[in-house]
Design a binder for this molecule. Structure first.
Ligand code: ATP
Ligand code: MG
Length: 649
């Protein structure tokens, strides 16, 4: 009925509504950051179920992380479609294998290895590599993972890896290929499978057993995939098998947020969707509900520079939120100055009312965190490091500290820098970085940061080893226990899909953004998208900083080439965040549907398309509560309230 229709579609803008009501496939939604992609497809599913167009049990929603799948399930449940399956590629394929494998093979499904680390280490030791070297093993595991998700066999690895421009610091291509082949043998001897095998087996099972394929396809008929720019060739093959002759596939993604090519993702499956599925409907979402126009201006200029050819392949974002402060920029002499000015900025934001947990510091590589951690510890700013250990908790740093303490203990009076270089050298550090990327390279960066720290302490007057170690101990002691309500420190990669009120991007300079190892135009383009992902995480305050001084091992640095021409980044000084000039002060309330903080109240009557604007008052809030209660009790309610932004109208 019209009423039902309206209840599911309320809270969606016209383009999002079109996504939600374009039932049946093939559909591709190309949408920008913060445009409500996830929201639009969730409502699409619920709409199809509640209007009786699709059976809940026949829909499979696919995401890339367990966290995203969990969030999708929660949203589906709260919107009234709890029986729809929302899973990662792996978990959907595993469920399928558990069901069909015993029937087809007559045997139990092999055990799934929770972690491949031990298996890769065993393969490495059989190939006479240093299997106790955790960084090396992790680099090997990463390469094996890339090869499997891009359908590259071990024998073809050296050629295809070179063609893909891959270079890991941990091992040369021939060695990786040998370990990859041995790894497969180790697994079969142990009778275990890894995560990629789940997909490989499910694809093969459907390919070789048409009756299995048919049975699966008669169960699931409608497929929805979020973040489709991240799909790998192997996942794409899985999807192709699931679909068979069917065409009901809806994918949503942002080609401008494709930052996982190193792990095997290929955004061309998204951009080439209409070629793969002739007659496909391609829809676009470009209204951004997350960030201020100032932030969106910078994001757009990065990918769609005015007067020049667009670099981005996605949409030009339209800001929906009210005006905010100007985007801040800061040019600093070196990393330490950058870190201390950053921490002053965070403290300033905090005094202005932003909770610590609503702020983030984003950087290109984990090795950039020690300078920030030291400055934050000194300013007593609580923080947490996302997806990595804090500097002094990293295994390589703990080992180095143990060595340095021992050196100071045995000869407290020894010119500190030489002794510390000897200790670091005995662990595997050398003045020159190992070629290529990966964990081995990251570990070197950590040691190098420790080396620089000792050099700083020496410069500040610590002549002997005992004095230098005392300085280090002080830094270790300054670190606070990890906290939940702290500023988030994260690499740009780990920040994808998240949002904060205030975001500071550090190291926006040549050598870091783009990273020194990115050389080809394709790699440079991915670095630019990383910066784009970082910028679009900010809701209200955004600050970009870089260090250009001649000091430091990275030599004379220049601001990132990506900064050229960005709106509002021309002026290289900290600018105090001005309060929003916006319209009259409005009471900020939270939208019932999206949870976002918004300004104006709109009442939507069920069954009516007309939206009537009503002034915000306490009575409205009461009606809102009643509506929520009504939904919870599954009562029918005559009307409900959505708080939307003034600029929406
Ligand atoms: P990302 O590109 O980071 O993955 P996304 O496109 O998936 O983002 P969502 O996370 O679904 O976007 O939504 C971004 C923010 O905008 C959320 O806070 C969401 O609640 C809000 N939002 C989305 N659509 C609307 C709308 N029509 N009205 C108000 N707020 C909205
Ligand atoms: Mg999303």
């Amino acid at each position: 009925s019209a009423e039902l229709d309206e209840s599911v579609l309320a809270g969606l803008d016209p383009e999002q509504r079109l996504v939600a009501t374009t039932v049946g496939g093939p559909v591709a939604v190309i949408a920008g950051a913060g445009t409500g992609k996830t929201r639009a497809i969730t409502h699409r599913i619920v709409h199809a179920v509640l209007t009786g167009q699709q059976r809940a049990g026949a829909i499979l929603a696919v995401t890339f992380t367990t966290r995203a799948a969990g969030e999708m399930r929660a949203r589906l449940r709260s919107l009234g479609a709890p029986r729809v399956q929302a899973r990662t590629f792996h978990s959907a394929a595993l469920r399928q294998l558990r069901y069909f494998w015993p029937r087809v093979t007559g045997a139990e499904l092999p055990e799934i290895a929770g972690s491949t680390y031990g298996l890769v280490a065993e393969a490495a030791s059989r190939e006479r590599l240093r299997s106790a070297d955790t960084a090396l093993v992790r680099d090997l595991a990463g390469e094996i993972g890339w090869a499997k998700s891009t359908n590259v066999l071990p024998a073809d690895y050296p050629v295809l890896a070179a063609r893909a421009g891959r270079a890991v610091a941990g091992a040369d291509p021939e060695t990786v290929a040998r370990v990859a082949a041995e790894y497969e043998r180790v697994k079969s001897r142990r009778g275990v499978m890894d995560y990629d095998d789940i997909l490989l087996c499910a694809v093969a099972l459907m390919h070789e057993h048409p009756e299995v394929a048919q049975e699966f396809r008669s169960g699931y008929r409608h497929f929805v995939v979020d973040e489709y720019q991240d799909v790998s060739p192997l996942q794409h093959a899985m999807l192709t098998q699931w679909l068979g002759e069917g065409r009901d596939l809806c994918v949503v993604g942002d080609p401008d947020q494709a930052i996982h090519s190193f792990a095997g993702a290929d955004p061309r499956f998204l951009t080439g969707f209409a070629r793969e599925f002739p007659g496909a409907t391609v829809l676009r979402l470009d209204r951004n509900y997350r960030s201020t126009p100032q932030i969106i201006g910078v994001a757009n200029d990065l990918l769609h520079p005015p007067g020049r050819a667009a670099v981005g392949r996605g949409v030009v974002l339209r800001p929906m939120r009210p005006e905010g402060p100007a985007v801040g920029t800061a040019e600093c002499a070196d990393e330490d100055e950058e870190a201390s000015r950053l921490s002053a900025w965070l403290v300033d934001r905090h005094r202005a009312g932003a909770p610590w947990s609503q702020m983030a510091v984003l950087y290109r590589v984990n090795a950039q965190s020690p300078a920030v951690e030291a400055a934050l510890a000194q300013a007593r700013v609580p923080y947490q490091v996302r997806g990595a250990e804090r500097f002094y908790e990293r295994a390589e740093i703990r080992a180095a500290l143990t060595g340095l303490r021992a050196a100071a203990g045995s000869d407290p009076q020894t010119p500190a820098l030489e002794a510390s270089d000897r200790v670091l050298g005995s662990l595997g550090w050398a003045p020159e970085p190992p070629a290529g990327q990966g964990r081995v390279r990251e570990r070197w960066e950590s040691w190098q940061a420790l080396h620089d720290l000792v050099a700083d302490l020496v410069e500040a007057g610590a002549a002997t080893m005992a004095q230098a170690v005392a300085g280090l101990e002080q830094r270790v002691a300054d670190q606070q226990a990890p906290v939940a309500d702290g500023v988030t420190l994260s690499t740009l990669h780990s920040a994808k899909g998240l949002e904060w009120d205030a975001v500071a991007l550090i190291g926006v300079q040549e050598g870091l953004l783009p990273f020194s190892l990115a050389r080809s135009p394709r790699e440079i383009a991915e670095e630019r998208r990383l910066l784009y992902v970082g910028i679009t995480r900010a809701r209200h305050d955004l600050r970009l900083s870089w260090a250009t001084g001649a000091t430091g091992r990275r030599g004379r640095r220049r601001p990132s080439r990506f900064l050229g021409g960005l709106a509002g980044t021309g002026e290289r000084a900290d600018r105090a965040a001005e309060p929003a000039p916006g319209p009259r002060r409005r009471r900020v309330v939270h939208c019932v549907v999206c949870g976002g903080a918004l300004g104006r109240a709109v009442e939507i009557k069920l069954g009516h398309h007309a939206e009537c604007e009503v002034p915000f008052d306490e009575g409205l809030l009461e009606r809102l509560k009643a509506w929520r209660l009504g939904v919870a009790k599954r009562q029918s309610v005559p009307a409900f309230v959505v708080f939307t932004d003034a600029t929406l109208m």
